[in-house]
Design a protein around this ligand. Structure first.
Ligand SMILES: NC(=O)c1ccc[n+]([C@@H]2O[C@H](COP(=O)([O-])OP(=O)(O)OC[C@H]3O[C@@H](n4cnc5c(N)ncnc54)[C@H](OP(=O)(O)O)[C@@H]3O)[C@@H](O)[C@H]2O)c1
Length: 399
């Protein structure tokens, strides 16, 4: 059918590339491009030889003109952006200039402010409409699958959804005292930020990690989970009509939180540049350099993730609750594609989102979040490509 240009060659990009190769009817060709050519070439060498033609290229995605030159040379039908959120806008600009569709998994964050929100990318709506191309935002797991789950619940099970609790549990153990499962800089910026939840038309801010619950997760067991701000709440608050409350919860072990607290207290998580031996360095970027590379966690991680959404609302005048979730096993992911489950659960939906656009199922000029499209073909593809989901119609609710 066509060609995808994958930007990034980290943990998530590796899964996207593997999954595109498992779907050669749609992805006849892929090109993997990031700053470090050797990583792209290593991935290409691993994947070559199947039905999908694989190539590698070098690009600094902070520079639109470099991206435009690469897109003109490679002529992809879609760009799958799985580098970092800092590059969202430069890549969207390049897609506009070349008339190519766009998919990502995380909303734009300015490098110097730990604040992620959709306003910068939603500002491109008119430009994408006029150019006749599609930008699909947030097609990872959360955001991504959690948003598709919400659209699916809305379509099939509720007249009105009143509350959504998004539950992200990782019961994986990589054996290190402290490491992050995806890019450490992005991960630590996310978990040290203030929490927030949506209630009765507005967002309420909370101190970081100040609201805790214990939940008994299917196939994982009891875990401590903490309320965080998370980007899909912003779009779901607009797209799920009648919604009264949305909360996002993520599990953290006591060990992880203790390390994080110490790192914060000594200033290592700061994004303010400091002077070190005559050179400006950002403490968080230095910390990233000494922490294990998330891509290296794959062979060491055991256990499972469970990510899903619990909905309450009404159907035919009756109160109803519904839980839909996916359980993913770190070791099985590694055996299949050489990555742990956090990269896997992000990379599979990124490939599916791109396939939805390429096959025309989700092709519409403009900028969209995933819950704005028909969830059914995406839900079907999740079962087919390694993220089967399960349902419960009498779940334990989060108080
Ligand atoms: N929605 C979700 O569920 C979800 C979950 C997890 C992660 N994510 C998102 O997924 C993305 C990738 O995460 P990851 O764990 O794969 O991160 P990662 O392992 O750190 O990989 C990031 C990749 O981006 C490349 N990159 C960084 N800056 C670049 C630039 N200026 N130009 C070109 N390439 C650049 C890096 O290349 P070099 O190594 O050469 O610098 C690296 O290959 C992140 O945006 C993260 O927020 C989303």
């Amino acid at each position: 059918m066509g060609k995808a240009l994958i930007i990034g060659a980290g943990g998530v990009a590796s899964v996207v590339a593997h999954k595109c190769c498992q779907n050669p009817e749609v992805f006849e060709e892929i090109c993997i491009a990031s700053r470090t050519l050797s990583k792209c070439e290593a991935l290409r060498d691993k994947l070559q030889g199947g039905k999908t033609k694989v190539s590698a290229a070098q690009v600094d995605a902070d520079h639109t003109e470099e991206l435009v030159a690469l897109i003109k040379k490679e002529k992809p039908d879609i760009v799958i952006h799985v580098a970092l959120p800092y590059q969202d806008l430069t890549i969207m600009d390049a897609c506009l200039e070349t008339g190519v569709d766009y998919v990502d998994t995380a909303n734009y964050e300015p490098l110097d402010t730990a604040k992620f929100e959709y306003k910068w990318q939603w500002a491109y709506r008119e430009k994408f409409e006029k150019a006749g191309i599609t930008a699909l935002l947030g097609s990872g797991f959360d955001p991504g699958v959690t948003s598709v789950f919400s659209a699916y619940a809305q379509k099939h099970y509720f007249d009105e959804i009143h509350t959504i609790d998004i539950l992200d549990a990782n019961a994986g153990d990589h054996g290190y005292p402290f490491a992050t499962n995806f890019n450490p800089e992005i991960n630590i910026r996310e978990v040290t930020a203030n929490g927030s939840y949506f209630e009765n038309g507005k967002f309420i801010e909370t101190e970081p990690m100040s609201i805790k619950r214990v939940y008994n997760f299917p196939e994982i067991g009891e875990k401590d989970m903490y309320l965080l701000h998370h980007e899909e709440m912003e779009s779901l608050a607009l797209n799920i009509k009648g919604i009264k409350r949305i909360r996002f919860w993520m599990t953290f072990s006591e060990k992880y939180l203790t390390h994080l607290r110490v790192l914060e207290n000594v200033g290592m998580t700061s994004i303010e540049p400091i002077d070190f031996e005559g050179k400006q360095i950002v403490p968080l970027q230095f910390l990233k350099a000494v922490l294990p590379d998330p891509a290296s966690l794959g062979p060491r991680t055991k256990g499972k993730t469970n990510i899903g959404c619990i909905f309450t609302g009404v159907k035919d005048g009756k109160e109803k609750s519904y839980y839909v979730y996916n359980v993913c096993d770190h070791e099985e992911c590694y055996a299949e594609v050489g990555s742990q489950a956090v990269s896997y659960t992000t990379g599979v939906p990124a490939m599916i989102g791109a396939a939805m656009v390429m096959t025309g199922k989700w092709k519409k000029p403009g900028v969209y979040n995933v819950e704005e499209f028909d969830p059914d073909p995406f839900m079907e593809a999740l079962n087919k490509f390694g993220l089967p989901w399960q349902e419960s119609f009498a779940p334990d609710l989060v108080d």
